[in-house]
Design a protein around this ligand. Structure first.
Ligand SMILES: NC(=O)c1ccc[n+]([C@@H]2O[C@H](COP(=O)([O-])OP(=O)(O)OC[C@H]3O[C@@H](n4cnc5c(N)ncnc54)[C@H](O)[C@@H]3O)[C@@H](O)[C@H]2O)c1
Length: 261
């Protein structure tokens, strides 16, 4: 009988906190894993993805892995991207393999299909060749490839999710507010939480799958959400700026005002 325990890595982060809140609301048993304690979570492991010992210990007894922990955008490769996004992915996939975790859900990014969007080849489907924006997106191609290998070689149910943009700071929210394409790929915290919870609850799919996750676009459909609907039944409820907290909106107004003098 597979375990009901869900391990959420990156549980203290922007998306992680939304996912934890939704999974708790749906009554799931959760363990968090992050460099810092996860607010509101009893079983909250403080550990480093770059440590195989930390990851292996956290993976004990897990039935579903939701892997969000990462450096979430371009940064110094050797010190910021390599440890969590490459070594960490190796540790997470290998320990999930050892532990026999049957379902693995991996946070990838729309930045892996960046150049299709820049060329205007829309909507972007799930079958296109990756065109990574930079080194961060290249680490997510590694994540997707590692997940595919786990599915094919070990028969696990693996989902790689190319996520839209869930802003982490007021500056990012202001940037998003000022950009049409970005508003079309906005991912609200609520939709992010519901997406991952739906992926946890969906009937098992065969092997490896890749899907997109974003909220409802404002003008153009950038990512094809039909495979997402078909596979896990996720339907976005929000659109920009729904779900951006009031506090953040206040900050956005300040930043926007300062940008416009
Ligand atoms: N927010 C977005 O717009 C967006 C878009 C596409 C993909 N993603 C992906 O979603 C995931 C979550 O992103 P987020 O926006 O919540 O970022 P975030 O920075 O808010 O959260 C990431 C979490 O990972 C943790 N973490 C980083 N390195 C770690 C390590 N070595 N060991 C343990 N924990 C570590 C951080 O402490 C943080 O809490 C990431 O994989 C990111 O690449 C995010």
């Amino acid at each position: 009988m597979p375990s009901n325990l869900i391990l959420v890595t990156g549980s203290a982060g922007r998306v992680g906190r939304a996912v934890v809140a939704e999974l708790l609301a749906r009554g799931f048993a959760l363990r968090g894993f992050d460099l810092v304690p996860t607010p509101g979570l009893g079983d909250s492991v403080v550990g480093d993805l770059a440590s195989m010992g930390d990851v292996r210990a956290a993976m004990k007894g897990v039935g579903t892995l939701v892997h969000l922990g990462a450096t979430p955008d371009d940064d110094d490769f050797m010190t910021k991207l390599l440890p969590p996004n490459l070594v960490g992915v190796f540790n997470v996939i290998e320990s999930a393999r050892e532990e026999g975790v049957p379902r693995v859900i991996l946070a990838s990014t729309g930045q892996v299909v960046w150049w299709q969007r820049m060329r205007g080849d829309l909507p972007i489907g799930i079958a296109v060749q990756p065109t990574p924006r930079g080194w961060y997106a290249a680490t997510k191609c590694f994540l997707e490839a590692a997940g595919r290998s786990l599915a094919e070689a070990d028969g696990r149910c693996v989902l790689a999710v190319r996520m839209g943009w869930c802003p982490r700071t007021a500056e990012q929210a202001a940037e998003l507010a000022g950009s049409e394409w970005a508003r079309d790929v906005y991912l609200s915290p609520g939709d992010a939480g519901r997406f991952f919870a739906d992926a946890v609850q969906a009937p098992a799919w065969p092997g490896y799958a890749v899907v997109y996750a974003c909220s409802r676009p404002e003008t153009h459909i950038v990512y094809d959400l039909e495979p997402t609907r078909a596979l896990i039944g996720f339907e976005p409820r929000d659109h920009w700026p729904m779900g951006v907290e009031e506090m953040l909106l206040g900050e956005v107004a300040k930043v926007t005002a300062s940008l416009h003098g």
